[in-house]
Design a protein around this ligand. Sequence first.
Ligand code: PLP
Length: 613
Amino acid sequence: MPGPQVTIDLERIERNARTVVSWCAEAGISTFGVTKGACGMPQVARAMLRGGVQGLAESRFENIKRLRDAGIDAPIMLLRSPPLSLIDEVVRSVDVSLNSELTVIRELSRVAERMGRIHDIILMIDLGDLREGIWPDDLIPTVEQILALPGIRIAGLGTNLTCFGAIIPTEVNLGQLTDLSDTVRKTFGLDLTYISGGNSSSLPLLLSGGMPKGINNLRVGEAILQGGRDTFLDTPRPELDRDVFLLSGELLEVKMKPSMPIGKSGVDAFGGRPVFQDIGERLRGIVNIGREDAHIEGLLPVAPGIIVLGASSDHLILDVTEAANPPRVGDKVNFRMSYGALLAAMTSEYVEKIPMYDRHAATPASRVSIFADEAVAPVLHKQTLDGRLANIGYDVDFTTATSADAIARALDRRATPLVFGADHRTSFAAMKALSGSFDAFGLIWLDSVASMLPEQPGQAVAGESALYRALGLGTGAEPLAPKLSPENVVLIGLRETAPEEVEILKSARLKIFTIADIDALGMREVIRQAVQIASAGMQGFHVSYNPAVTDIPGHLPGSGGITVRETHQVMEAIHQSKAMRGMDITGLDGETEPRLASVIVHFALSAFGKRIL
Ligand SMILES: *Cc1c(COP(=O)(O)O)cnc(C)c1O
């Protein structure tokens, strides 16, 4: 199944962001991290925020929505003038937008006023690159007109260079921006927060000491995401890491072939007339990456001695004659990418994106802390759960206090909590504890219901709305987002929804595998995808299991759930991922029959690695 993959090293993004932020900070410049090269991927945004960027910047509204849906509440700047049809959402979810057209600014004002808000804009000035911006001569009259708009605050001035006209930022053109800012400040008595002096391409000027005083903001994407491969093309900066995104594909064919095609020459699949040079027989490889996946001209093989010859829609042709290790069919081939190739790969549906996050590289804990209240504890003791976990090599402790605080203390001792309870309030407590220990974690939820019912504001957590509350969808207190974000939540085995839940489930960005999906894909594929989604760029995931998802013979028979064997398959795959950081099991009480308790305890043991042999 896996086609081409892009792996994204979040630690390197964090480090690059930290480097750029510190360069800028020394000159009194704030940094906004631009996520458009990564399609607004929340993991990438979080890595930038960990690296210290003061805010995020995006060109596309869909990506901003993605960031907000993930619970990210950092300031967000919209880089491109918003389309008139989206003004409402821009005012609602964006803190500041870059603008250059009065028509749009008027509409922003009208909508903001209607909502009782003031929308901040940065007025863009064209200093010669000929992309967006008002002409410097028009600045004063434009500002005058904007000041008459009640819904708008001019938060600053900005410019963008090296985009269309390839005009390089200099002391002269950026000096013009600071001069214009001074004029606007003096003429109108305005307090301008941002004097935004461009993108990554302004960093060389900053580092050479030529940045005009008065520039106090930059919007940086490439230098953080690509380590400045384009920004510092001729003089790479050792402080920046260029190997953040790697595209990899698999060799489908490796054969000796002549370097000249044989037969009468016409046009290729894309209307081109290729020219070949006869250099004799060469060892050639074909990789499963094509023009549908990436911008081929921007691919740079990582291993020395590999040359890209060309590509059709699905096949990338390589000359691997000089490769140090003779490649074989099935081998992975890795490529660095130009910014253009990166954009193409990130937006291709055929390319799997795999964010990797290794900090506190989580070796699974060797300690398990079991939590079960006074009622459930005897049921588990009868099954000797603690003894069986000890038999497979864990240090085990057992506690009857099941509060989030108690669970958090177990995590502090580097134990994996295994929490039992009657309903999903227990799941919430366990996840709340995890949110204290991890910056970002995913969730695999195995239940026939979703707990996504809206809740009454001000109420305590209820079992039916535990996940709704955790994802911060209501106005209720203590959401666990953005540490737990919908993009990393997987629901497996869903088969009952309340009418008011359906729309909420559809609009949330959860991954849901219903029973019908499991039938169609098979459990092996479902759990492979689930582990991938729940751990993508996360520090691991939580597992929530309720026996209602499983058809347990003699209990809830014929209810149409997954089988006992499939449940074990899920738990075994979870164990193999080494990424489970906590587990809760709900639906147990003091009355639970020993036979049912025994089945459930065996599921838990599978998740912790018990094998038959
Ligand atoms: C894309 C963009 C940026 C970021 O550019 P990089 O070269 O990736 O740093 C900054 N500002 C605007 C207006 C942009 O469109």
